[in-house]
Design a protein around this ligand. Sequence first.
Ligand SMILES: NC(=O)c1ccc[n+]([C@@H]2O[C@H](COP(=O)([O-])OP(=O)(O)OC[C@H]3O[C@@H](n4cnc5c(N)ncnc54)[C@H](OP(=O)(O)O)[C@@H]3O)[C@@H](O)[C@H]2O)c1
Length: 224
Amino acid sequence: MTSYKIGIIGGTGPQGKGLAYRFAQAGHTVVLGSRSTERAERTATEIVRRAGDAVSISGTDNATAAESADVVLLAVPYNGHAALVESLRTRLAGKVVLSCVNPLGFDQRGPYGLNVAEGSAAEEAQRIVPEARLVGAFHHLSATSLWSGAGLLDHEDVLVCGDDSEAKTVAVELARTVTGRAGIDVGALRLARQLEPFTAVLIGVNKRYKVRSGIRIAGLGHEG
Ligand SMILES: NC(=O)c1ccc[n+]([C@@H]2O[C@H](COP(=O)([O-])OP(=O)(O)OC[C@H]3O[C@@H](n4cnc5c(N)ncnc54)[C@H](OP(=O)(O)O)[C@@H]3O)[C@@H](O)[C@H]2O)c1
C-alpha cells in the first residue's frame, strides 16, 4: 500500500479526527490542520492516546497542513467553506484534494441538502482552485463510528467521485483503512451533487430508527 502524508483541514472536528484516526492507524502520516495550532496539537495527542505511540500524527495550522501534505482532506463545515478554500488556494494547487463536506440545512422538518451555486461543495472547491485534483469521498461515514474503537466498518462502502482518475484512486485506496475494501468509483465530480445531500437521508434514518446508518452498494459481488 502506498503511504501518504495526509493533511486534514478542520482536523479538530469529529469527522476530521475520526478519519485521521483511521488513516494514522493504517500507517499513513497525518497532519491535522486547524485555525488554532494548539487545538490541532491537542487533537493529535488525543488520537495518539487512542491509537498508540506508533502512529505518525501532528497538529498545526491549516495552511501548513495543506502545504506539507501530498493529499489534503477538506473536513470543514459548508458554512465558511468557500472562504477557507480561497485562503488555501496556492497550497492546494496541484494536490489531490478530497472533500467530505456535506452542505446541509436543518429546520423543523429535519435535515435537507442546501442549494449550492456550483452544484456541490466539491465543485465549489474545484471552481476556486482549478489546479487542484478534487475528489468527493467519505461523505456518508458517521464520525462516531469512525472514532469508535470498533474495527473496520466492513458493513459500509465509501463512494468516490471525481474527474481525475489518478486522484480518485487515492480515495478508493484510502477507503480500505475504514471499510477494509476499496472505495467505489461512482463517476464524475458532478455526482457530488447526489452524494453530499444524500447524507440528509441517512441523518433522517438515524433519527427515526435510533441507529447509525451507512451506505452499502449491492450488486458488486462483495456482499457478505
Ligand atoms: N460529523 C459527521 O458525522 C460527518 C459525517 C460525514 C461528513 N461530514 C462532513 O464533514 C465536515 C466536517 O464535519 P464535522 O462534524 O467534523 O464539522 P465541525 O466540527 O463543525 O467542523 C470541523 C472543524 O472545522 C473548523 N471550522 C469550523 N468552522 C470553520 C470556519 N468557518 N472556517 C474554517 N474552519 C472552520 C473547526 O476547526 P478549528 O476551529 O480547530 O479550526 C472544526 O473543528 C462537514 O462538512 C460535514 O458535513 C461530517
